[in-house]
Design a protein around this ligand. Structure first.
Ligand code: RB5
Length: 154
């Protein structure tokens, strides 16, 4: 498994902790975030990671900023990205099972490192369930690609 990880200046310590954790589990990590506390605008890290995920160069992406919101929103602007912004492991697991989330985002100023590791584990180890959920993910993609929902007469 290969995972891209991105962060801004608010999340350097947590990025390092999550990165070490992933490596300890045998996951290959591509670090596209900042390693200093100097201002680093989160859309840059979101873009770099999203590009790798959408191109299939990595199996998924983990994004961390102060709240997880900005970096997650930025990633979701990239075609093909479904980034779940969350603070709990249950949502993280369901985001893969039901929404096939290919990225996960959370906030270093919101949760602690142990919760972060649980979130990453649940998301990474869950399987997309397909079926009716695949129909809904296809509708998300339709909105993304056409800015319309013609298949539902919208
Ligand atoms: C940076 O100060 C902060 O705005 C950023 O890390 C993030 O929380 C934005 O959503």
């Amino acid at each position: 498994m290969k995972i891209a990880i991105g962060n801004d200046h608010a999340a350097v310590d947590m990025k390092n902790e999550v990165m070490d954790y992933l490596k300890s589990k045998g996951v290959e990590v591509v670090n596209v975030g900042t390693d200093t506390n100097e201002r680093f605008d989160y859309p840059v890290a979101a873009y770099r990671a999203a590009k790798l995920v959408a191109a299939g160069e990595v199996d998924g992406g983990v994004l961390i900023c102060g709240t997880g919101v900005g970096i997650g929103l930025a990633a979701n602007k990239y075609k093909g990205i479904r980034c779940c912004i969350c603070s709990d492991p249950y949502t993280a697991r369901l985001s893969k099972q039901h929404n096939n989330a290919n990225m996960i985002a959370f906030g270093a100023r919101v949760i602690g490192p142990e919760t972060a590791k649980m979130i990453v584990d649940e998301w990474m180890n869950a399987e997309f369930m397909g079926g009716r959920h695949a129909d809904r993910v296809a509708l998300i993609t339709e909105i993304e690609q056409t800015q319309a929902l013609a298949s539902r007469g919208e």
